[in-house]
Design a protein around this ligand. Sequence first.
Ligand SMILES: Cc1ncc(CO)c(N)n1
Length: 220
Amino acid sequence: MSFCDAIWEDIAPLRRAILAHPFLGELADGSLPMESFRHYIVQDSLYLAEYARALAIAAAKAPDGAGRLEFSDGAKVAVQVEEALHQSFFAQFGVSADLAHATEPTPACLGYTSYLSGLAATRSYEELIAGILPCFWVYWEVGCDIKPRAASPNPYAAWIDTYAAPAFGEATDRVRALVDKAAADAGATTRAAMDRAFRTATRYEWMFWDSAYRREGWPV
Ligand SMILES: Cc1ncc(CO)c(N)n1
C-alpha cells in the first residue's frame, strides 16, 4: 500500500466527519443559509492567498523539477481561484470589496494558514507537502461525494463543479504522487512527521467548514 493510501485510510474517521458535516449536507441540497456561505467564501479567499504562499515555498524547496513545476503552478492557480472568487461568488452572494477587505481571518482560518506557514518556515519539504495535500484531496473527495446528491438547481452549483472537476482530481493525483515519492525516499521519523502534518491539516479542513457553519468570529 502506498504511503498516501495508508494515511488516507488512517484518517477515515475524520473524512467521515467532514462528509457528514451539516455545512456540506446543506450546501448539497441548496438549503445552506447564504450568510454561512458568504462567511465561508470570504474566509476562503483569505485562506487561498496564504495557501498560495505555502505552495510557492514548497516549489522553492522541491528537490526535483516535477515538484517545482507542480507547486509553482499550484501557487499560480490558488491566486487565480482567489481572484475568481472575488469576481463570481462575491458578486453572486453580495460581498462588497469593502467587506472583503475589512474582514479579518477567523481563528479557524488563521489557525490553518499559520500552521501551513509554520511548516513552510521551519519544517522539511516532506512535512510541508504532506500538510499541503489535504487541501487538494479532501476537496476532491467532497466534490465527488456532493456532486451526485446535489440539488439542481443549486445556488452553490459552481462551487460544487469546481471541486468535482476531473482537472482538480488530476491535480490531486499529481500532488499525491509527489508525496508518495517524498515518503519513499524518507526515513521513518520523517514519515511519522508527514503523517501528523496530513492529519492536522485535515482536522483544520473540518474546522474551516464548522467555523463557517457557526459563523464564528473571535470570542473577544
Ligand atoms: C480551506 C480550503 N481547503 C481546500 C481548498 C481547495 O482548494 C480550499 N479552497 N479551501
